[in-house]
Write a protein that binds this ligand. Structure first.
Ligand code: UPG
Length: 468
């Protein structure tokens, strides 16, 4: 590894699913003796500085834009938005931070080797160019998902005139079929001229003109798609993850007497030898009251212990009907922010009902826990497809209409929970996920594929900065 100076600027988008992996990437870079400067906004700073308090990361705070239609003052992250319908207003307003960002870059004391900014911050490319700093994009997605999205955007008429559930062969991938529902509406939806769709195109263009993509993945997980992307699409994707392995899963307090109640509960389940199903839908899912009711019935009727983490938007939804009292012998509902990795790493957790946010998928892989895939939005259906059809570490939830994001009745949940937790298929999935988990660990160790990939990226950009 070279001893030339290395200064990396990181700028995550303001949502937990985008910020958490960048905090983990900061740790991977610090291990390479990098100076790391992380940009955020005033309201997001406390979370970031607490998360990185044991590191030497410098944090620069920018003012978040004011007067965004519909967004209450002080709300500076997606998980605090009153509704996800405000997403476009929120995300598109971030470009108003550009002059502050540039001013802050100008005042940095040491030269910047490269910046990694969120894929939603296409506007940072222009800033990077002003200062002649290579911009790498953090897309929060797998090589599989970015490849599928790009292939579909090159074939806009693929699903035209076809019923929504009709399977179509994906161009370039003759073994793969997909329905329109598996892709984000921004690519295949009824209005590809909507402001959101146009904004997506702008971000894709900025990515195309950037130096590369830093991907939270590892080569062995998806070699076909990484190679396809790097040979046919681009810019180059550098898989340097799983980022979560840059950080120990355990919080200091849970090693002491201050264990959160749900960890104590998991320990008891371990003593009793009762396998636990972990149920969680990420940091920002919108789930209807009707759907929550079906989840309650499904879990109540499943013969398995469960730990269900509900978010603010899901809570208050019919939990006052005695459900928790009825299930108390086998299940708990947690309403706080948990350390999800620590839960997944608990040896009694044997299955994960997940919306398939990419971080959750990777965390489940690292903990060797099979997934009951229940995608709700964004690229989650593609992640579910990857989990179930490509790497075979999970099963899909059963929807009423057979579509990937359809409504799930309690019977469909109960049936699939059984399939995830018991029987031959469950044993196969457990074996597959363990193998992949072991490979993930090796990828980030010295000499592993992700370790080498990060080294190559650093050396390439250090050499470039010297010769510039
Ligand atoms: O109580 C909680 C809830 C969540 N998490 C963590 O929060 C992150 C959540 O990320 P993810 O699983 O990716 O879910 P979302 O935040 O819902 O994901 C958004 O961002 C992801 C990355 O872009 C996309 O894959 C998803 O489609 C998008 O919904 C993970 O690291 C979890 O471990 C916790 O630690 N505690």
């Amino acid at each position: 590894m070279t001893s030339k100076s290395l200064h990396v600027v990181l700028f995550p988008f303001m949502s937990k699913g985008h910020t958490i992996p960048i905090l983990q990437l900061a740790r991977l870079l610090l291990r390479r003796n990098a100076t790391v400067t992380l940009f955020t906004t005033t309201a997001n700073r406390p979370y970031i500085s607490t998360s990185l308090s044991d590191t030497a990361t410098s944090i620069v705070t920018l003012p978040f834009p004011h007067n965004i239609p519909g967004v209450p003052p002080g709300v500076e992250s997606v998980d605090k938005l009153p509704s996800l319908s405000l997403f476009y207003s929120f995300v598109s307003s971030t470009k108003h931070m550009k002059s502050h960002f540039e001013q802050a870059i100008r005042s940095l004391k040491t030269p910047v080797t490269f910046m990694v900014t969120d894929g939603f911050f296409g506007w940072t490319l222009e800033s990077a160019n002003i200062f002649n700093i290579p911009r790498l994009v953090y897309y929060t997605m797998s090589n599989f998902a970015i490849t599928m999205n790009r292939v579909i955007s090159f074939n806009p008429h693929l699903f035209e005139g076809k019923p929504d559930t009709e399977l179509v062969t994906v161009p370039g991938f003759p073994w793969m079929t997909a329905t329109r529902f598996e892709f984000d509406d921004a690519y295949t939806g009824p209005d590809t001229n909507s402001p959101l769709s146009k904004w997506v195109v702008e971000q894709v263009l900025a990515t195309t003109n950037s130096y590369g993509i830093v991907t939270n993945s590892f080569f062995e997980l998806e070699p076909v798609y990484q190679e396809y992307w790097n040979s046919n699409l681009g810019p180059k994707s550098w898989s340097v993850g799983p980022f979560c392995l840059g950080q120990e899963p355990r919080q200091k307090e849970s090693l002491s007497d201050q264990k959160p109640s749900w960890m104590v509960w998991l320990d008891k389940k371990l003593e009793l030898g009762s396998p636990v199903l972990y149920v969680a839908f990420g940091s920002q899912a919108d789930i209807s009251l009707e759907q929550i009711e079906e989840i309650k019935f499904g879990l109540e009727r499943s013969e398995v212990s469960f730990l269900w983490v509900v978010r603010r938007s899901e809570d208050g939804f019919g939990f006052d009907d005695g459900f928790e009292e009825r299930v108390k012998e086998k299940g708990i509902v947690v309403r706080e922010w948990v350390n999800q990795r620590e839960i997944l790493e608990h040896e009694i957790v044997k299955g994960f009902v997940s919306h398939c946010g990419w971080n959750s998928v990777l965390e489940s892989i690292c903990a060797a826990v099979p997934i009951l895939a229940w995608p709700l939005a964004a690229e989650q259906p593609l992640n579910a497809k990857f989990v179930v059809e490509e790497i075979k570490i999970g099963v899909r939830v059963e929807t009423c209409d057979g579509s990937v994001k359809g409504f799930v009745k309690w019977e469909g949940l109960q049936k699939k929970v059984k399939e995830l937790m018991e029987g031959v298929k469950a044993t196969d999935m457990r074996k597959n996920v363990k193998e992949i988990s072991d490979t993930a660990m090796k990828a980030v160790e010295d000499g592993g594929s992700s370790w080498r990939s990060l080294n190559e990226l650093i050396v390439e950009l250090q050499t470039k900065s010297i010769s510039a």
